[in-house]
Design a protein. Structure first.
Lengths: 463, 108
């Protein structure tokens, strides 16, 4: 059986975290009354003009720098034309010719063979990042043969991140997107919550035999979570391989992922190849960015975006945070991944460490094995934990001082989960879980056991 | 300039405009001819200009909420509305396939 090389390229649209939209002053907010966050420009009324939001430019520059891109000091805006009810202007303002950032990379980690202990670092190249407008939302009402349009989302700023097709499977795609999500959230340039449409991923998938040119690719859309991304990519790879092995061909089409059935299906709305008739956006001059060297002397600083200024103020990226955790607390790399993957967990861990004498590399076990598994079982976030870092530290101190055994500590923790407001010490006393340190008392207990089991003692003596 | 059946069909689909008659085709040909006069200018070594604004500064706005909240006014423009949503025809109505479509040259 000839081997197949799958090729996966991702296109990501991340909604910029800003108060107002990319080219207008209407508010950016999820879930508001329909058409209440819409300005005349967003509705494409004649006579309105786009005015660029500086915060969106800064968000794109931050993201470009975090992804090791070259920032284009001069970038241009274009119009991409197509007809759809949620695109009132009939075109989207985007950056097709010269985007704001190019040629970057994203490093991510994968577990080999599902073992967290063996992690390997991989890289995917970033082709470019461009600023563009989001479209409105269409609600299809097939029963009444109509579409309801809400323009609240129309004009919201997006960063489109285009990756090179360096990925080869669903697992890699999921890991890369997870890391990108963490980076965006750390920067604050996007909240990147997939469930709220702030992070949308389309996957381009093709397969070919080693040595052959790339095969025909399909575009997979409607992927609503990272888990589904992995499934959709792997399904599509399998589907294409089976199709080709049965002598069929792959159509260059757009397919939607059906999460219920776990498969991809052709999308009815797309019609072959679109001609978008790109033209320069005539209402916007080129976007000029500056750095320390090129900064003009007497320019209004509100009108200036300084790349170096932004670079100096970048927060620690996830990879740096993980390295610091490993160094500072002597925990394993895979521990640092889990800490960062769970919202609030790092803070919780560090708070416990601060309040206990137990060594961090012992504390981490309690955090990852006991606390986290409990939270997962009950679908709780770290913030919702009935056991606070203070209580856990209190408990771990009892263990560290050898006042209780590890087994007893687990029992106390089980009680603490009930959230009845008792302290660890109270529970220990209640359930009489104290470790007995008194030599005489221990001897008495041992003697009692021996006295109560005469037969067994004789058996032991005879051996 | 040659205006072929294929070019016409392509343009009709993009612009959703009918060139159903000979007059339309003729007008299109004249328009292209008029615009072609631009080709007579020698532009060797000259960068194409996008806009007369190219030397202007692109104004950057502060990220403040200054607009919106005018649902009633916007919906005044709508022919049809349902509970503050604009109403549009369903999805994208697929155009008939190219070979099924009558073009003006065939029809005339």
């Amino acid at each position: 059986l000839a081997s197949w090389v799958p090729v996966v390229g991702l296109e990501i649209h991340a909604q910029i975290s800003s108060n107002s939209k990319l080219f207008s002053g209407s508010q950016v907010q999820f879930a508001a009354p329909p058409n209440s966050l819409v300005s005349f420009f967003d509705a494409s009324l004649p006579g309105t003009l786009p005015v660029l939001n500086r915060r969106c430019v800064e968000a794109a520059v931050m993201t470009g720098l975090a992804l090791n891109c070259s920032i284009n000091k001069k970038s241009l805006f274009d119009r991409k034309h197509y007809f759809y009810a949620d695109l009132p202007a009939g075109y989207q303002i985007t950056q097709q010719r010269v985007p704001i950032a190019v040629n970057g990379s994203l490093s991510y980690s994968l577990c080999i063979d599902n073992k967290m202990s063996q992690m390997v670092t991989k890289t995917v190249r970033i082709k470019q990042i461009q600023l563009e407008q989001d479209s409105g939302k269409s609600l299809h009402d097939d029963t009444r043969s109509q579409t309801l349009v809400d323009l609240n989302r129309a004009g919201v700023g997006l960063m489109e991140v285009v990756m090179e097709p360096d990925l080869c499977c669903g697992e890699e795609a999921a890991a890369a997107i997870r890391e990108l999500q963490l980076i965006l959230q750390t920067l604050g340039s996007s909240q990147a919550v997939m469930a709220e449409g702030q992070l949308r991923v389309d996957a381009n998938v093709s397969v070919h035999h080693p040595g052959d040119p790339y095969g025909v690719r399909t575009e997979v859309k409607n992927i609503n979570s990272i888990r589904f991304l992995a499934k959709a990519v792997d399904y599509e790879i399998q589907r294409q391989i089976e199709e080709l092995e049965n002598g069929g061909t792959i159509l260059n089409e757009t397919r939607a992922f059906d999460s219920r059935l776990g498969c991809t299906v052709p999308m009815r709305d797309k019609e072959g190849k679109q001609d978008y008739r790109f033209i320069p956006e005539p209402n916007l001059p080129p976007l000029i960015l500056y750095d320390a060297k090129s900064l003009p002397a007497n320019m209004n600083h509100q009108q200036v975006v300084n790349i170096d200024w932004i670079r100096e103020r970048l927060p620690d990226l996830p990879s740096v945070k993980r390295a610091k955790l490993v160094e500072q607390y002597e925990i394993l790399p895979e521990h640092s991944f889990t800490l960062l993957n769970e919202e609030g967990l790092t803070e919780f861990f560090e708070n416990v460490v601060k309040q206990t004498q137990m060594k961090p590399r012992k504390v981490i076990g309690w955090i990852l094995n006991d606390l986290l598994s409990y939270l997962k079982q009950h679908s709780l976030t770290v913030k919702e934990s009935p056991v606070s870092s203070f209580l856990l530290a209190d408990l771990l101190n009892l263990l560290e001082k050898k006042e209780i055994s590890a087994a007893a500590a687990k029992q106390v923790l089980a009680e603490l989960w009930k959230g009845e407001g008792k302290t660890p010490l109270e529970i220990v006393k209640e359930k009489k879980l104290e470790l007995i340190q008194d030599q005489k008392e221990l001897e008495q207990i041992c003697q009692l056991v021996i006295d109560g089991h005469e037969n067994e003692v004789i058996m032991m003596a005879l051996r | 300039p040659e205006v072929t059946v294929e070019v016409l069909a392509h343009l009709e689909r993009l612009a959703l405009v009918d060139f159903r008659d000979e007059e339309g085709v003729e007008r299109l040909q004249k328009a292209i001819q008029f615009a072609d006069q631009l080709q007579e200018v020698n532009t060797d070594g000259v960068e194409p200009m996008d806009s007369v604004l190219e030397d202007r500064c692109l104004y950057l706005r502060e990220d403040d909420v200054t607009e919106g909240n005018c649902t009633k006014e916007l919906l005044k423009n709508a022919r049809e509305k349902v509970e503050e949503y604009f109403v549009a025809p369903p999805g994208n109505i697929p155009l008939p396939k190219l070979d099924e479509q009558e073009t003006s040259l065939q029809g005339s």
